[in-house]
Design a protein around this ligand. Structure first.
Ligand SMILES: [Zn+2]
Ligand SMILES: [Zn+2]
Ligand SMILES: [Zn+2]
Ligand SMILES: [Zn+2]
Ligand SMILES: [Zn+2]
Ligand SMILES: [Zn+2]
Ligand SMILES: [Zn+2]
Ligand SMILES: [Zn+2]
Length: 1803
């Protein structure tokens, strides 16, 4: 509070009263003096009173003052301009917020986060670069000009120039006032912020938004200042970072109470912002009491990071409040706008880092963490993408420590005790995936910052060199180790399927794997070996801690699995890199054997669980467990999940004892019990139906393990190739989906691959491109890549496919495609091929030990046992089992281990001596096993057999006894246990002396009473080779399928073994064995030479046989089903064809019958519902399945054949006035203003817009059958893509969409004949007959089922279109309107057919379209209806057409408006009216008579129109010219009464005024004028009488049509080109009649407009679109709607008329209908074609339904980019657009597009 009397105040008050502008000028001059102390004082006083934070901020007086003071006398706008001229910035720095469209160029970017604004992008040169457009999600800033983030070649023209160098330096006094005023202004804002802030928990009325809203103008002003460019930013930077100014101003003046309180508010907020320190946490008891491993890690935290904050400048406090207020958009934008100033950028970055912990804390508390996350990243990405800056703050501000600590603290808030292994005593803690922090991904901004800074090599190095940081990081990673544990439900289905697995996978991938990949990119060379060693060391240490914490010794707790082992995966990936890139020796990085055994357990458990999940053992856990299994193998994540696991298992397998490893695998897969030679066994772990899939899973896993080379020696190029091939083999892929499916690490999406080969090069090497094509029926294909033939032949790798498939069906799909290829190429034509065997790249020497897996006795025993069991058809064997067994044998043969008996004495050597002598597969193959001892249940068949031993000699008996001793029991479990003990013993010297209590064997005895087992000895006498040969016989179903000399034949042709079935595979193995070992060769020859008994091995039980052949039978069933389907399809097709042949009986039958003898036969129709055939009768009518739809296609036709161009600038526009619809509306309105309304309504046709088009699929049905069909549809709610209530259905036969049934006229062929009777009558007689017919009273049909149906269909037709398209008359609902509408329906359908025929009838013929037409039936229905109206004979135009009246009719009718003169009437309309209103059927002679008489009128109209175009001089010249004598009639026209009206039209010259008329050009224009009439007449004749249309060249169309209608002699003299006049046929004096007609128009206004009309319309077109989609997008995505003046969220564009609408926008909704739907009703009579600007997709609206049609814009790979997700350049696919247009014109959207849905007027 200040006293009013002080002189300073007086001064200020004085100044305040003065005009602001002059005050500013006055102060400025004061301040510019050398002694400016008085000026300074005056200014301070003024500011004291103006910038008073106690005033509400909404009072903008203070702001106005500031502006004036800063600007001085010149005014603020002017000042801005001046300052901007000193802008020396070389960066663009444009800041944008969410949804902004920006660009990213990978070729130019140094940081992957680089982005450009559209302007900079378009002004730079990025041709041929890998760029894309994207919609910003978190907001961003333009990097143009910043060489830290992008290469200079990508700078735009403006920022490449380094404008800064040429800018003059800023004059001293320009910004003087700014420097003095702005500090005060900023502290004022800060004070408002302090004052308005309340802590979340203190006050209920906390409304930060309100405070911010009030401050909006002030912050906006700050933003405006930043936009003045570099000069102003420098000033602001100085103010914001100056510590003295802050000190002086921040506390406020001593005596100011408000300022004091304000400052205290700030201090308390500051205090609250500190993080809860460790001690505090312990006090509150929030911390876990039992912290195991991680307390040590947290002990390493630097407590200063969590210290409360101290601020030293404005910038710091401003950022502080920005965070407190949860990142208000305006503040963020202001802070970012300052970034182009380098000093500011550095200080700001430091400040940001200083507040980092505080930011995290606020984020965790925030209610709207999503928005806040986006804003945080919006800022941080600008700072941390810059390597220099990131390194700088890493060095100076401990950025890395801060980040890791903050991440740890964050995750600490949601830890729970791990239940893995030991539920009670586990000391391990994991994140709780159901916590909001994880579920909502709240941690992502921090993780993404961390990943971002790790991408800089200098920063990553700092991280890798800092051991305590690494240790800390590993404890962070261990929070995720074993999270989201799954426990198998054994009894009941889970009540609630938890979806926490999303959060778990996201967390591991984002928070663990991504930083790992970031670190790995910096460990690629020898020089970085040390880093890897360190990471590996801490990994192993942390793993050890983990094993201890969960209490794991050597046995896994049962029925548990977690998919999350990030520590294992860190270890695996650093190992792989070390060996592959850094030349490290694997041995030096491995732990002892015991640790290796532990490490292998959990990844192996995942593999077994995958198999269990697929074997339905986890069904009770719900669908989510399948989701986890699928996510785990997904190719998007496989590089961070399954691949490291498999690699780690491979490493373990290569180092551990192979017998131990193999037995562990089978034990883990729970199939040990199955691996017995006995025919019966008991399985304690598995149900019977799970055994087979689990065995298959185990074997497949072993095959994968021993054949996969991804981390074992494949180069990056080879990996990329293999990934690509396996994805392409599963399915043809689009470019983008393939790119998406290739695992990202180590192959980044950028196309820049670590190997030598790029993605594109590789793709073209392995795949062929299939250009986008159209399938029949109009469905669209995208551009696809398909494997080349060589790839199928040589590279198809079923194992890789199995590894990468998420769905089992993909494996089947790959195999089906492979078989199809083999069949097509003739490589394998019979039966189904087996997955081909593929040779592997050699192992890296480090991993050589892996091959020992294939050469161990345990595996060989398993192989032997399985071969034996398959041969004997034991239960639960399958073709897949055999396939995998053979695969393992072949792998063993191809990957021999060097015999190294010398240096390594294997203690296990004696173990299975009775089975096999050694470990080498090759030598074990031919080893004969004679006896095997098995333990079987007493009931087993073996037992019985042995009970009745055959009478034996004593020798045999003793022999037997010896065998018993020789035979061994084989127990995998025992074997594994023994091995384990051996290994432990071996390493126990240095191992800790800890007791292993849990390794007692009792744990492995299953609960329940052990089964009664007896030991039996089986006589075997087989070797693996002999079993293989027996299986060969079994598979080929031939005894002695391999002859003794077979091997010799094989050598001749080794190649034919590459592809084939099981027989081929066995042959290939035998050949390999024979070539590699003489002994094997001899053995094979021997076995083959033996003659086997012809008995096939006996079946143990019928069920066993079943399982064995299950696959085969399934395959056969599939084939049979396909065959059946194909048969059915072809039957249906032929049925349809036959059905269609009789469908249009009138046209076809009439022709045939007319020529042949008369027969009293009725036309028969097939009912597609009941299948009966019969006539359509009055009682039981038949009808055509039709689709009625309103159409405005005709109305959208223009004069020009060129499509209108879609506007893409503000200058371009589309004018609708020149369309057919608009022209007809104008004409009718004009006539209605002069003439009698009822007469007008008979002189035109309507339906150009909103006419009803009727189309049929050609199928007929009984109408009563149809009714019951509709009833059944109503009950069947399932198949409703349409609404039955609206009468919609699909044709029961061809499934075409339909909505009505058009009744067929009961027809007798005799009538048809009578129509064709040749006529010799004179024209005058016919004219009289027609007149009489017209006078006949309307024949009202008797009430019948047929007539009822006819009325119903008329109703349907009326309901099809909107009222406004039917009521053109002045009295709505009058019969005149109805009459006009009815005959216009006929007109619409005729005109549309003409359009479909290409606009003329030159192609002629009874084409398919005509065949399918329902015009004849439609005419009949319309005629029945039209007969209800009668035309007053006084006004019958026929009289006026054929007679010269005695009296002029108009004179006596003064009170009324006159009738429309004949010259203004539309001849085609008159023709249709006559035909429809005369008694049916109309004889052809009468039809021709109508056509002739109307031609006279049409011709006269042509002459009148022509003459109206003449200038008086031309008219004069013509009338006197000699040439004119040839045209006697024309002469009349020019001279006689018509002359008078022509005089009235003298001025009508238009474009023809200067042209010179020749006889040829006159004849031409007359013909053109009459052609539309002739076409329509001809088409009508074709439909009514079935006359064939004879084709003709386009230039002879007139004569052709005239001939067809009989207007011209059939054989016209070719020398005379003047046909038009010779077609005239007058029954009265032509001169009199024409004079009469002309006199009617004499003296009328607007005659010229009505006379001269252009009757020809070009075919309808959609708008012409630009080639590049960007042209459309750039203009329309930010264009405002003309209706609501806002930029729509979902803009759309009508492709018919170019109208721009707000899709789904509430802004433009009227009467409950959104703009798009509303427009479709008005522009297309309920059909709309819209381009969705932001999606590049077209949607079709048809009535109440809509569908996504697809895109007409495709990228370089022929692909759509829906929603512009990829943002690659898109180009118009002309062919697709043509298809779209064609579907529009032909009204086939309903038939071709299948996925329709209701839009509820909401589009
Ligand atoms: Zn820019
Ligand atoms: Zn630029
Ligand atoms: Zn570029
Ligand atoms: Zn029927
Ligand atoms: Zn049909
Ligand atoms: Zn439109
Ligand atoms: Zn709108
Ligand atoms: Zn709108």
């Amino acid at each position: 509070v200040q006293s009013d009397t002080s002189p300073e105040c007086m001064m200020a008050a004085l100044l305040l009263r003065r005009d602001k502008k002059s005050t500013a000028a006055h102060l400025k001059s004061d301040l510019n003096r050398t002694d400016n102390s008085s000026g300074v004082r005056q200014l301070q006083e003024l500011l004291d009173s103006v910038l008073n934070p106690e005033k509400p901020p909404a009072d903008t007086e203070a702001l106005d003052w500031c502006k004036c003071l800063i600007a001085g006398e010149e005014g603020f706008e002017e000042f801005c301009k001046t300052v901007r001229s000193y802008d020396n910035a070389t960066l663009c720095g444009l800041v944008w917020t969410a949804n902004f469209v920006a660009y990213r160029c990978r070729t130019c970017g140094i940081s992957p986060c680089m982005s450009l604004c559209a302007e900079c992008f378009n002004n730079g040169d990025h041709t041929g670069h890998d760029f894309n457009m994207f919609r910003s999600q978190a907001g961003g800033a333009c990097d143009c000009g910043d060489s830290n983030v992008m290469r200079e070649t990508g700078f735009c023209r403006r920022h490449r120039l380094r404008t800064g160098e040429n800018v003059p330096s800023v004059p001293r006094d320009l910004l003087l006032m700014s420097e003095m005023v702005l500090p005060r202004f900023i502290i004022c804002i800060i004070q408002y912020l302090r004052d308005g802030y309340t802590e979340p928990d203190t006050s209920a009325e906390r409304d930060l938004q309100k405070v911010l809203q009030q401050l909006e103008p002030q912050i906006t002003f700050l933003e405006e200042l930043t936009k003045m460019g570099g000069a102003m930013r420098t000033v602001l930077t100085k103010i914001l970072t100056n510590q003295q100014t802050f000190k002086d101003l921040s506390m406020g003046q001593e005596e100011n109470v408000f300022a004091k309180k304000n400052y205290e508010n700030y201090l308390s907020a500051l205090k609250n912002s500190g993080l809860v320190s460790v001690e505090e946490k312990a006090q509150t008891g929030a911390a876990e009491p039992t912290r195991g491993s991680e307390t040590g890690a947290l002990g390493l935290l630097d407590p200063s990071i969590m210290d409360s904050l101290k601020h030293k400048c404005f910038l710091e406090e401003l950022l502080f409040w920005t965070i407190k207020y949860e990142f208000p958009q305006k503040m963020v934008t202001f802070l970012l706008n300052m970034l182009p100033d380098q000093d500011y950028k550095i200080t700001f970055t430091k400040t940001f880092v200083q507040h980092y912990a505080f930011i995290m804390k606020t984020l965790m508390k925030s209610q709207e963490s999503d928005t806040m996350s986006n804003r945080i990243v919006h800022i941080s990405v600008q700072l941390f993408s810059n390597e220099d800056l990131a390194r700088h703050v890493t060095e100076e501000c401990q950025l890395l420590d801060i980040m890791v600590t903050v991440l740890l603290y964050m995750m600490e808030s949601c830890l729970i005790k791990s239940e893995l292994q030991d539920e009670e005593n586990s000391r391990h803690v994991v994140v709780n995936c159901s916590e909001a922090l994880l579920k909502n991904n709240t941690y992502w901004p921090l993780v993404s910052d961390f990943i971002n800074i790790l991408s800089h090599q200098s920063v990553a190095k700092k991280f890798l060199e800092d051991h305590s940081l690494l240790m800390l990081w590993m404890s962070f990673v261990s929070f995720f180790q074993g999270m989201n544990l799954n426990k198998r439900e054994l009894s009941e289905h889970v009540e609630f399927e938890s979806q926490t697995y999303y959060a778990a996978f996201a967390a591991e991938l984002e928070a663990c794997a991504q930083p790992m990949w970031g670190l790995l990119t910096h460990c690629k060379v020898k020089e970085t070996q040390e880093y890897t060693k360190t990471v590996v060391r801490y990994c192993l240490e942390t793993l050890q801690i983990w094993f201890d914490a969960i209490g794991f010794v050597d046995e896994l707790a049962p029925n548990q699995v977690t998919f999350h082992l990030p520590l294992h995966r860190y270890y695996a990936m650093f190992l792989s890199k070390a060996v592959k890139c850094q030349g490290l020796d694997l041995e030096s990085l491995l732990p002892d054997q015991e640790m290796l055994m532990r490490i292998m357990v959990h990844p192996l458990q995942i593999q077994a669980s995958l198999s269990e999940i697929h074997s339905n053992m986890w069904v009770r856990n719900g669908l989510q467990i399948k989701g986890q299994a699928m996510t785990y193998v997904q190719s998007h994540f496989c590089n961070s999940m399954i691949d490291p696991d498999i690699f780690l298992l491979q490493v373990c397998a290569s180092r551990l004892d192979p017998d131990y490893f193999i037995s562990s695998v089978f034990e883990r897969f729970k199939v040990v019990d199955l691996l017995t030679m006995a025919s019966v066994h008991q399985n304690t772990a598995l149900d019977g139906e799970q055994e087979r899939p689990m065995l298959e899973g185990a074997l497949t896993f072993l095959v994968i393990l021993s054949s996969l080379r991804i981390h074992l020696g494949m180069a990056d190029d080879e990996i990329l190739r293999a990934e690509m091939v396996s994805q392409l083999c599963m399915n043809d892929r689009t470019h983008s989906s393939l790119l998406d499916l290739i695992p990202e690490n180590p192959n980044p999406k950028s196309g820049i691959v670590p190997g030598s080969c790029s993605f594109e090069e590789m793709l073209s090497a392995v795949a062929d491109f299939k250009a986008p094509v159209f399938e029949l029926g109009g469905s669209m294909q995208q551009g696809m890549y398909t494997p080349k033939a060589e790839v199928w032949e040589k590279e198809f790798d079923p194992i890789m496919v199995i590894l990468r498939t998420v769905y089992r069906r993909d494996v089947q799909s790959a195999m089906d495609r492979y078989s199809a290829f083999l069949k097509q190429s003739g490589m394998h034509t019979t039966g189904n091929p087996w997955p081909p065997y593929k040779e592997r790249t050699p192992l890296h020497p480090c991993y050589k030990g892996l091959d020992r897996l294939l050469h161990c006795k345990t595996l060989h025993i398993v192989i032997f046992t399985l071969l034996y069991k398959i041969w004997l058809d034991h239960s639960n064997m399958s073709e897949h089992v055999l396939c995998m067994v053979l695969y393992l044998i072949e792998l063993g043969l191809d990957n021999q281990v060097e015999e190294d008996k010398g240096d390594e004495v294997r203690p296990s050597e004696h173990c299975h001596d009775s089975w096999f002598p050694g470990t080498n597969l090759l030598s074990n193959l031919h080893h004969v096993i004679n006896y095997v001892r098995v333990r079987v249940p007493e009931t087993a068949p073996e037992v019985k057999r042995e009970r009745e031993p055959p009478a034996s000699t004593s020798a045999e008996a003793s022999n037997f006894g010896q065998n018993v001793r020789e035979a061994q029991v084989f127990s995998l479990v025992a074997e594994r246990r023994r091995k384990f003990q051996e290994i432990i013993n071996r390493s126990s010297t240095e191992a800790s002396q800890a007791v292993r209590p849990k390794s007692s064997s009792t744990r492995w005895v299953p609960p329940g009473t052990p089964p009664q087992l007896v030991t039996e000895i089986l006589e075997i006498h087989e070797s693996m080779l002999s079993l293989l040969i027996k299986l060969h016989q079994k598979l080929s179903a031939k005894q002695n399928s391999l002859s003794a000399t077979w091997l010799e034949d094989m050598d001749a042709n080794p190649n034919r073994h590459a592809h084939g079935d099981g027989i081929t595979a066995i042959e290939r193995i035998l050949t390999k064995a024979a070539t590699r070992s003489h002994q094997s060769k001899r053995s094979i020859q021997e076995i083959c030479g033996k003659v086997f008994p012809p008995v096939a091995p006996k079946k143990n039980s019928p069920t066993a046989k079943k399982t064995m052949d299950k696959e085969e039978r399934r395959q056969r069933a599939r084939e049979r089903q396909q065959k059946l389907l194909a048969e059915f399809a072809s039957r249906q097709k032929s049925f349809m064809e036959t059905a269609m042949d009789v469908e249009s009986p009138d046209t076809e039958a009439a022709m045939d019958l007319g020529a042949s003898e008369v027969k009293e036969s009725e036309v028969l129709y097939d009912c597609v519902i009941c299948g009966q055939s019969g006539p359509s009768t009055e009682d039981r009518p038949t009808g055509l399945v039709v689709l009625l739809q309103a159409s405005s296609v005709l109305g959208h036709r223009c004069k020009s054949d060129e499509a209108k161009k879609l506007p893409t600038t503000d200058e371009e526009r589309i004018y609708p006035a020149d369309t057919c619809g608009a022209a007809h509306d104008v004409r009718l309105a004009l006539m209605q203003s002069f003439f009698k309304d009822s007469s007008c309504l008979q002189s035109v046709s309507i339906g150009w817009d909103g006419g009803v088009y009727v189309q049929t699929c050609g199928h007929t049905l009984h109408i009563d059958c149809h009714k019951s069909y509709m009833e059944s549809l109503r009950n069947d709610q399932v198949m409703q893509g349409f609404s039955v209530d609206k009468g919609e259905f699909t044709c029961p036969l061809c499934r075409q969409f339909a909505n009505s049934v058009l009744p067929c006229r009961p027809g007798r062929s005799t009538e048809v004949v009578s129509w064709h009777m040749p006529s010799n009558k004179k024209t005058s007689v016919l004219v009289k007959e027609v007149e009489d017919l017209q006078e006949q009273l309307g024949f009202f049909p008797t009430e019948s089922n047929l007539s009822k149906e006819m009325e119903l269909v008329i109703k349907d037709i009326k309901n099809t279109t909107q009222r406004k398209y039917m009521d053109y008359g002045k009295n709505p609902g009058s019969p005149d309107n109805d009459f006009l509408f009815m005959y216009s329906v006929a007109r619409t359908n005729l005109e549309l057919e003409l359009v479909h025929r290409g606009g003329n009838l030159c192609s002629g013929g009874a084409s398919g379209a005509a065949k399918r037409s329902c015009l004849n039936q439609l005419f009949h229905v319309l005629a029945m209806h039209m007969r209800l109206y009668s035309i007053d004979s006084a006004y019958n135009p026929w009289t006026r057409l054929t007679q010269v009246p005695c009296v002029v009719p108009y004179s006596c009718l003064d009170d009324e408006r006159p009738e429309v003169p004949m010259l203004f009437r539309d001849c085609p309309s008159l023709l249709i009216i006559f035909v429809l209103t005369m008694p049916q059927p109309l004889r052809k002679e009468h039809f021709i008579c109508l056509v002739r008489m109307l031609y006279n009128l049409q011709y006269t109209q042509a002459l009148a129109a022509l003459s109206a175009k003449f200038s008086p001089e031309e008219r004069q010249a013509w009338s006197t010219s000699g040439t004119l004598k040839k045209f006697s009639l024309f002469f009349y026209m020019i001279n006689c009464p018509f002359n008078t009206i022509c005089a009235l039209l003298l001025c009508f010259l238009s474009q023809l005024s200067s042209s010179v008329w020749s006889p040829q050009s006159i004849e031409y224009s007359l013909q053109q004028f009459c052609l539309p009439y002739l076409r329509l007449s001809c088409l009508l004749q074709h439909h009514l009488y079935g006359d064939n249309l004879s084709g003709c060249p386009e230039e002879e169309e007139f004569s052709g049509l005239a001939g067809c209608l009989g207007l011209l002699d059939p054989a016209p003299q070719p020398s005379n080109p003047m046909y038009s006049a010779s077609c005239l046929d007058w029954t009265v004096s032509a001169f009199d009649l024409m004079s009469q007609w002309c006199s009617e128009v004499t003296g009328l206004a607007d005659t010229q407009t009505l006379l001269v009309q252009d009757l020809q319309w070009a075919s309808p077109h959609l708008l012409h679109l630009p080639d590049n989609y960007n042209t459309i997008f750039q203009y329309y995505h930010k264009k405002a709607c003309t209706a609501c003046k806002k930029v729509p969220k979902d803009p759309a564009l009508c492709l018919v008329c170019g109208t721009f609408v707000c899709l789904k926008g509430l802004c433009c909704k009227q009467h409950g209908i959104c703009e798009c739907v509303w427009h479709s009703q008005h522009c297309g009579a309920a059909t709309g074609i819209f381009l969705l600007i932001n999606a590049s997709v077209i949607i079709i609206i048809r009535g109440h339904r809509f569908c996504l049609w697809g895109s007409v814009y495709l990228d370089a790979h022929g692909e759509e980019d829906r929603d512009l997700r990829r943002g690659k350049p898109l180009f118009l696919c002309v062919e697709r657009y043509r298809v779209l247009e064609q579907q529009w014109v032909s009204h086939t959207f309903d038939h071709i597009n299948k996925r329709w849905g209701p839009h509820y007027n909401g589009l």
